[in-house]
Design a protein around this ligand. Structure first.
Ligand code: SF4
Length: 310
């Protein structure tokens, strides 16, 4: 069942000492933190907290084999997810808000985090799936070095809101195999109102372009599991279906006309959405159908969730 895979790119970086050099660089950066576009400038190594609320050590809510991701990510044996607590965004509708906004999780040393990675490999997972890792990229690289010494070899999936700094992504070049960014919005005003991130659209397009430069369109292996590439996620929001089309158009015209997309209809009002119209309802099936139709008229590929029930 476990076919022979080529060595992951980070192995050569680890053997040459380059991974340690990059990890050290990131550890220095949290002293005036600029790991994400917020650029808070706080010294997390001295206990200060910035916008995201993440400290020096990674805070982890859970690690598990996950079977509910897209087919090439979950595969047959599950995706090895590590859910990081805290977030660089404030999405009013966040379905993981106890983890992202309330910070539910446990702080871990690099060694403990490395053990999570190794445990997921031992369980036979197809990959290591880092969920919302942006504000802990320093801890992730440090833990990866420890895990590699103990035989860790899984491909790495970087599962992110897509609110990323290109400068930090360049440090991850050759480390991450699969980028799975959201492209949440096309309208900066929606990004401001719903996620408190007025520069999201600009940073997001730059970031996904950099991801595409590093790993290209998604490539699957003989088992249909993602080996390398970009898989963009887009959650259609109630009342903003035209913005969905504009976001996908930006992907198609500015990044890759043949990109892989996971189009999602699963939105439901969570967290503060219940008091924020039009976020307080589900997506209209007719409007969702228009997004699906538009996507089908392009060369974008991927996975489309069925229409929501009325
Ligand atoms: S990672 Fe957190 S502390 Fe660092 S710049 Fe972003 S929001 Fe601020």
């Amino acid at each position: 069942m476990n076919q022979v895979r080529p060595d992951p790119g980070y192995l050569a970086l680890a053997r040459s000492g380059e991974l340690e050099r990059r990890a050290q660089g990131l550890r220095l950066r949290i002293r005036a933190c600029d790991l994400c576009p917020r650029r808070c400038g706080v010294d997390r190594s001295a206990g200060a907290l910035g916008y995201c609320g993440g400290g020096e050590r990674a805070c982890v809510a859970s690690h598990n084999a996950h079977h509910g991701e897209e087919p090439p990510i979950s595969g047959t044996r599950g995706s090895g997810t590590v859910f990081f607590a805290h977030c660089t965004m404030r999405c009013k509708y966040c379905q993981n808000y106890p983890i992202s906004q309330l910070g539910h999780g446990r702080e871990m040393s690099d060694l403990e985090l490395a053990r999570c990675f190794l445990d997921l490999q031992k369980r036979g997972c197809h990959n290591l799936n880092l969920v919302t890792p942006t504000h802990y990229s320093h801890a992730f690289l440090s833990a990866l070095i420890v895990a590699v010494e103990e035989g860790f070899r899984l491909p790495i999936v970087y599962n992110t809101s897509g609110y990323e700094s290109v400068e930090i992504l360049r440090i991850l070049d050759g480390v991450v195999d699969v980028y799975m960014p959201d492209m949440k919005y096309s309208d900066p005003d929606l990004a401001r109102r719903y996620s408190d991130a007025p520069d999201y659209v600009e940073r997001n397009v730059e970031a996904v372009r950099e991801m595409q430069r590093q790993v290209g369109d998604l490539v699957l292996d003989d088992e249909g599991a993602a080996r390398k590439g970009v898989l963009v996620r887009h959650l259609v929001m109630p009342g903003d279906e035209d913005d969905s089309i504009d976001a996908l158009r930006a992907l198609s015209s500015e990044i890759s006309p043949t990109a892989y997309v996971s189009l999602m209809s699963q939105y439901f009002p969570a967290y503060k959405a219940v008091e924020t119209p039009p976020l307080d309802r589900r997506v209209d099936p007719v409007a969702y159908g228009r997004v699906v139709e538009w996507m089908a008229s392009t060369d974008l590929r991927g996975w489309i969730q069925p229409l929501p029930a009325i």
